[in-house]
Ligand binder design. Structure first.
Ligand code: FEO
Length: 172
């Protein structure tokens, strides 16, 4: 059974994952209208992953005697100065999500809720992967700079990153 404070903290995380999904969906749309289909595909896939993160939390809360709340969301940014800025925002957002997960882990230990603590370990690993991927992408973008040819190749290659990350989630 979840304590009220853990239930509230998990519900806050449900909202954060839902907002993450919307943030990446808005990035997908921006990339798509700019003609970068690879980047758009990557962002659509990230958006789906965030929705899965949200659903996993929802199921956990409901199965542990709590009630998952579906709430209003903050509107995401829909335009960006550049691809670099967009990927910087993605990286910053993942760092923010990691901090939020760490905080949840801290609360679960304080409350001696070891079931929730155990459940959260999946999110801890996921955040390590997501931050690493965002950092790799940002390194590549910094290498490209303003080179249009480089951006074209990057758009083609980012498809592989999406496939790799999907196969990491489903190792079978
Ligand atoms: Fe669900 Fe990218 O954090």
């Amino acid at each position: 059974m979840l304590s009220k404070s853990i239930e509230k903290a998990l519900n806050d995380q449900i909202r954060i994952e839902a907002e993450s999904s919307q943030i990446y969906l808005a990035m997908a749309c921006w990339a798509e209208v700019k003609g970068l289909e690879g980047v758009a595909g990557f962002m659509y896939s990230q958006s789906n992953e965030e929705r899965d993160h949200m659903l996993k939390l929802i199921k956990f809360v409901n199965e542990r005697g709590g009630h998952a709340h579906i709430s209003a969301l903050n509107a995401p940014n829909v335009t960006f100065e550049s691809f670099k800025e967009m990927f910087e925002k993605l990286f910053e957002h993942e760092v923010f999500v990691s901090e939020s997960i760490n905080n949840l882990v801290h609360i679960s230990l304080q409350e001696k809720d070891y079931a929730t603590h155990n459940f959260l370990q999946w999110y801890v690993s996921e955040q390590i992967e997501e931050e690493a991927m965002a950092r790799t992408i940002l390194d590549k973008i910094n290498l490209i700079g303003n080179d249009k040819g480089g951006l074209y190749l990057f758009d083609r290659d980012i498809v592989n990153l999406t496939v790799n990350s999907a196969s990491m989630d489903n190792p079978e």
